[in-house]
Design a binder for this molecule. Structure first.
Ligand code: CFN
Length: 538
């Protein structure tokens, strides 16, 4: 069934009129008739009382963007729960390398000021200062992040003053983020705050001369389950020099030199588009939207990159690596494809994966019939060309933009290292020939549904209507589908599996999906709609 046939009102029946009016704007069905995406309401406040899947501003800043920087100590200034629950759950892996020895790896540790009642009453600045002193004395980090939680904003601790004093005392950068959980409407505000601070305080401060041609950064890749390493493996093989992956397995010492790269790749646009755009303004660094989730998508992204640099050798080497990788994975992929073909799925993830994973599922012959984002903005659904900038976005109102000018000393002619002029590049993007991973709607199949900030109740209703074979979601809604007899894969942390990116990742993903689809246990569960009212089977 498609949502057009169903009529959204039917799902919304139990809602009060006001809620119904609100939620209707967040659901869009794709019909063949609509030439472009109908407007979808996004990045607005969740209706209070609704069990949303969203996280908070602190989660977006600390958990998503700055937490994974492996050689910085990130202190959660707040009650212990915020630090504890954001500790280790995202599976952003990191390891030592020639610039970052093991004693500078802090990603597996959790640092928090553990604010108590008396600190809330009398203020937590002294406690934070003491913690910084201790952390420096014990661990000697290269730099420190301090992330605020809700109560810190409410009691008004002056993080700026504490950080400045600590910098003067210890001689290392101490960055603070006013990312109190309640700011904005979701994680998205936290991404923006983190992007601004990294741009202002870290990028551009490095003086290393990076060696070689084709120097790139991969922005918006967090190395969940090792995704970044698989991407890096492929790119290095082709001949690229990867300066830094932001922020998966990244180090402060590399991020300082981000501006020395020739091209920024943007994997997750939602969490890091701000840095990509600001770097283009300040340093002239061009950026390309890519997607390394899915075999075909990976191939297209690799070809796009080679096109940008325009070097014949690089193009030839790209094709060679593609051919070799395809030969290695195709037989196994085909085996799993036989199990997966024709099956349907839901994809409910944050702000980028619900779109990116549609390519990988399509490689397996599966289609996503309902896709939802927790906190995406309208351009993630509708595409940048439809909505170039949306000034009314809830989080942009709360977060001051950094107004950057080109830096005369560091600004390079855009596309200097690329064979393609800026004009040609822009034209090719416009024609959909490069960086074509923009907006989810164009990639959805006819009769499918896009839903913004889906909640527990709507998830149940949609499962009952569409009967998907598999649901990709997070830990909060995973068990809703399990109880309904539908298997679910965590798309945030991959349920201890991964990597899923690139070529080798596709095989691991295919195996996990095929396993989930073939597990007999799911057939033994009677879904609620097949039970009578007393809870017994009909
Ligand atoms: S790794 Fe990314 S890909 S950064 Fe973002 S929007 Fe989250 S933590 Mo969970 S899986 Fe998710 Fe995206 Fe970008 Fe992850 S879809 S919700 S804030 N996300």
């Amino acid at each position: 069934m498609t949502l057009t046939e169903l009529n959204t009102d039917e799902i919304m029946t139990p809602y009060p009129d006001k809620v119904k009016k609100n939620r209707k704007k967040h659901i869009v069905a794709k019909t063949g008739e609509a030439a472009s995406c109908p407007q979808i309401e996004a990045n607005t406040r969740t209706v209070p009382g609704i069990i949303s899947q969203r996280g908070c501003c602190y989660a977006g800043c600390k958990g998503v963007v700055v937490g994974p920087i492996k050689d910085m100590i990130t202190i959660t200034h707040g009650p212990i729960g915020c630090g504890y629950y954001s500790w280790g759950t995202r599976r952003n892996k990191a390891r030592a390398d020639e610039k970052t020895p093991p004693e500078h790896l802090f990603g597996t540790m959790c640092f928090s000021t553990d604010m108590q009642e008396s600190d809330i009453v009398f203020g937590g600045e002294k406690k934070l200062t003491k913690m910084i002193d201790e952390v420096v004395e014990i661990f000697h980090p290269r730099a420190i992040n301090i992330c605020s939680t809700c109560p810190i904003g409410l009691i008004g601790d002056d993080l700026s003053a504490v950080s400045k004093a600590a910098e003067a005392k210890h001689g290392i950068p101490v960055l603070h983020y006013n990312c109190e959980g309640y700011k904005g409407v979701s994680q998205s505000a936290g991404h923006h705050i983190a992007n601004n601070q990294i741009m202002e305080r870290i990028i551009g401060t490095g003086t290393d001369e990076l060696e070689g041609d084709y120097i790139i950064n991969i922005l918006g890749e967090y190395n969940i389950g090792g995704d970044g390493w698989e991407i890096e493996r492929i790119l290095k093989d082709i001949g690229y020099n990867v300066n830094s992956i932001l922020t998966g397995d990244s180090a402060y010492v590399n991020i300082k030199n981000l501006h020395k790269a020739h091209l920024n790749l943007v994997q997750c646009h939602r969490s890091i588009n701000y840095i990509a755009e600001m770097m283009e303004t300040k340093y002239g660094t061009p950026w390309l939207k890519v997607n390394f989730i899915g075999v075909e998508a990976t191939i297209e992204s690799l070809r796009d990159m080679a096109q940008c640099f325009g070097d014949e050798d690089l193009i030839a080497r790209t094709e060679m690596v593609i051919e070799r990788e395809l030969a290695a994975i195709s037989p196994e992929l085909e085996r799993y494809r036989k199990i997966c073909e024709g099956k349907t799925a839901f994809a409910f993830v944050g702000g980028s994966r619900s779109h990116h994973y549609q390519y990988l599922l399509r490689d397996l012959g599966m289609e996503v019939v309902v896709a939802g984002y927790e906190f995406a903005h309208r351009d993630d659904y509708e595409g940048r060309e439809v909505i170039p900038t949306i000034k009314s976005d809830a989080d942009s109102k709360n977060i001051p933009e950094l107004h950057l000018e080109p830096d005369p000393e560091m600004y390079e002619e855009p596309h200097l290292h690329l064979k393609m002029s800026k004009g040609k590049y822009d034209k090719m993007v416009e024609m959909g020939k490069l960086g074509n991973y923009d907006g989810m709607y164009p990639d959805m199949i006819d009769g499918s549904v896009m839903i913004d900030d889906p909640n527990h109740y709507e998830t149940e209703e949609l499962i009952e209507i569409f009967h998907p074979d598999l649901i990709f979601s997070g830990v909060r809604d995973k068990y809703i589908s399990h109880k309904m007899g539908v298997p679910s894969k965590q798309m945030h942390s991959y349920d201890y599996s991964g990597p899923y990116a690139g070529f080798r990742g596709a095989i691991i993903f295919a195996q996990d999906v095929a396993n989930a689809l073939s597990t007999p246990a799911w057939k033994m569960i009677t879904p609620p709609w097949e039970k009578d009212e007393t809870g017994g089977d009909e």
